[in-house]
Design a protein. Structure first.
Length: 318
């Protein structure tokens, strides 16, 4: 393991690489679009009028990798400073006849389109994250490969061109595509690698460090956490004295220590628990949901009559 690498300590939540539903095409004749010729930049990167953070990051990544491949450095300019159809790579824009293909089918849809038309390249997603994905897909088309967060293939090509009429469209098979990791530090290379591979969600057992949410916002990715969260949102040290009835009844006594469960039949407890989750969700819009899971004890379940009534009669105790 290389120094500085984060340690991946768990398996995937759900993995589903985006798929191409419209095969790449090179159907139209014409002069190829030159990005770089013999190490000299032949176009610019044009941002939308009010670029979102993932779109700004996308422009920087495109500039960086094109220069690494060819030696040519593309200028990044705001869209309101260049003619509408100047020879450029336009981020967050698409030809009018193709915009229907990237209309979002659901909230947070991240499908995207690459189109080479009339001396311009258009890279647009259904949302800013989709636009970021389109940049990495274009770099793959030019020969880059993303092997791991710390290993990649960046070919040496002093001339980079795209065929006139080239079109590529991708839409994900699954809405949530991500991995579960336990590390809290050193995650930036991993986040960028996720975006390169069109993965959109990082899963964690506990709330990540603030820097993780910062990265998620900058790349348009999501953070989802929650495994053994009973004590996180209803800690015994805060509630045991005031509400012992929210903790498990075991052997005729309310137990508030150890890897206990809660009195899951208590509606008042459930309401307080949910209320304690809401501020975190409001503060971190990149977290669409929080998982709620029992503690790893196997025992210490509440034995009150209401909780026992929740048991499956065919399998008492579960």
């Amino acid at each position: 393991m290389r120094s500085g690498q984060c340690r991946l300590t768990a398996t995937a939540l759900l993995v589903g690489r985006a798929r191409a539903t419209l095969p790449p095409t090179n159907a139209e004749p014409g002069i190829p679009f030159a990005i770089v010729e013999e190490g000299q930049a032949r176009c610019r990167i044009v941002l939308p009028g009010r670029p979102a953070e993932p779109e700004q990051f996308a422009a920087q990544q495109l500039q960086t990798y094109v220069q690494r491949m060819s030696g040519g450095r593309l200028e990044i300019v705001p869209g309101d400073t260049v003619p509408k159809l100047a020879r450029a790579i336009h981020l967050g824009q698409a030809p009018a006849d193709l915009t229907g293909r990237i209309a979002p089918r659901y909230r947070d849809d991240d499908r995207f389109l690459i189109a080479v038309r009339d001396g311009n390249v258009f890279l647009r997603g259904a949302n800013p994250r989709g636009t970021l994905y389109s940049v990495f897909a274009l770099l793959e088309h030019l020969g880059c490969r993303w092997i791991s967060p710390w290993d990649e293939v960046v070919p040496s090509r002093p001339t980079l061109t795209l065929a006139n009429g080239y079109t590529q469209f991708e839409a994900a098979d699954t809405r949530v595509r991500g991995f579960y990791v336990d590390d809290r530090e050193g995650l930036e290379p991993y986040f960028v690698w996720m975006a390169k591979n069109r993965v959109n969600t990082l899963g964690s057992g506990r709330p990540p460090e603030p820097v993780v949410y910062e990265l998620a916002r900058r790349l348009g990715l999501r953070v989802q956490f929650g495994v053994h969260t009973l004590g996180l949102f209803l800690p015994a040290k805060e509630y045991a004295a005031r509400h012992p009835e929210w903790f498990p009844l075991i052997g005729g006594k309310r137990v508030t220590q150890g890897r206990i469960q809660l009195c899951l039949s208590s509606e008042a407890m459930a309401s307080e628990f949910a209320g304690n989750m809401k501020p975190h969700l409001r503060e971190h819009p990149s977290t669409p949901s929080i998982g709620v899971g029992a503690n790893d004890s196997g025992t210490l379940w509440c034995e009150c009559k209401q909780c026992q009534a929740l048991d499956d009669p065919a399998d008492p105790g579960n």
